[in-house]
Design a protein around this ligand. Structure first.
Ligand code: SAM
Length: 336
């Protein structure tokens, strides 16, 4: 018995000594938005339902990951709120005992679902918002949902979900003129406004270095208008964090996977909706947990396999290497 308990306590490490404590679970590959920097060219090539893990399969894997030392889980997609039953799944994850349970959503369905998510044990939320101009928002997402997303942010801010983070991906020529507008939004609304560099994970393969808006530029522009003070952060955190020197509420986060990679401290792995384990956003291959689950593997078999896969986690994402090749799965099929 002692040996079993000791094994359960053994944390997940990779060959470079990084401890893996964070898991992103993509519960669906479906999305009700079609953001041009993510999925425009793959409109309806979703996987068939039987290829997607059932809630029971996700829950079982969740328990195995928990026993392997995963402490933080982020539920994502696709759009997690389009899959019926996601609140019950959050409740099951909560009962499993994860210390930190969060969700990334486009916010469109959040107003009506926020209460139930809270009651299920969700602690934090990240809402994607790529423009504060309704016309531009419509062009980026190819939806007419600006008002409902803003309502979702309102509802989240007025709830016990804390903190509320708003994520924007800036693409040169589309929305990079809004840096200061977003910063003003953070100050007025008291939200954590995070800017994520555009990564080569778009379906149309339009990514190029020229359209990436570097985090240093964003920092300089905001700092010139409202001086910023850096806030200490955990090494494994993706964002460099800043508060406003004048004491205004809100915060700025800069996530720079392209220009300032943070792979050396990466503590994350990902589980896709079809049950594949990915050790990096940019992994060339993924690892089949669905097959094992459906061939009646025991929890121990699953744990042993997960350990062996994690051990081989890539040292870094290689976006900046001359021989870099973008992964065949795009962001919506990985889970951001
Ligand atoms: N549907 C949810 C949402 O909109 O937040 C969750 C899934 S979405 C794939 C997760 C995050 O990935 C979003 O913040 C989105 O902006 C980001 N994302 C998608 N494609 C990206 C890309 N090529 N580069 C950087 N971030 C991207």
């Amino acid at each position: 018995m002692l040996a079993v308990d000791a094994k359960k306590q053994m944390a997940l490490h990779d060959q470079f000594g990084r401890q893996i404590t964070d898991l992103r679970i993509s519960v669906t590959d479906r999305c009700n938005f079609r953001c041009f920097y993510c999925r425009s060219a793959d409109p309806e090539n979703y996987q068939q339902h039987d290829k997607i893990l059932s809630w029971g399969e996700f829950e079982r894997l969740g328990r195995v990951f928990h026993d392997l030392g995963i402490r933080k889980v982020r539920v994502t997609g696709g759009e997690p709120l389009v899959r019926q039953g996601v609140e019950d799944f959050v409740a099951r994850l909560s009962a499993t005992g994860f210390e930190d349970l969060s969700m990334t959503t486009n916010g469109h369905l959040l107003s009506e679902r926020c209460e139930r998510l809270l009651a299920s044990g969700l602690k934090r939320i990240n809402i994607s918002l790529d423009s504060l101009d309704p016309v531009k928002f419509e062009k980026i997402t190819r939806t007419k949902t600006f008002a409902s997303v803003m309502a979702g942010i309102d509802t989240a801010q007025n709830s016990r979900l804390a903190p509320v983070k708003v994520n924007a991906v800036l693409v040169r020529g589309f929305n990079d003129d809004e840096v200061e507008v977003f910063a003003q939004f953070a100050r007025e609304r008291g939200v954590i406004m995070r800017f994520i560099e555009f990564m080569p994970l778009d379906a149309d393969r339009h990514w190029s270095r020229e359209v990436v808006v570097p985090a240093t530029e964003i920092y300089q522009r905001i700092n010139a208008r409202w001086p910023l003070v850096q806030i200490p952060h955990e090494a494994s955190e993706t964002a460099r964090k800043y508060r406003f020197a004048d004491g205004a509420p809100g915060e700025i986060g800069l996530i720079a996977p392209v220009t300032q990679p943070f792979c050396g401290h990466c503590s994350r792995i990902r589980l896709t909706a079809d049950g594949k384990l990915r050790t990096c956003l940019f992994s060339k291959e993924d690892h089949d947990l669905r097959g094992l689950l459906r061939e009646n593997a025991s929890d121990d078999d699953l744990a042993i396999y997960i350990r062996s896969v994690v051990n081989e986690k890539e040292k870094g994402h290689r976006i900046n290497e001359p021989d870099f090749v973008a992964p065949s799965r795009t962001m919506v099929f990985i889970g951001g």
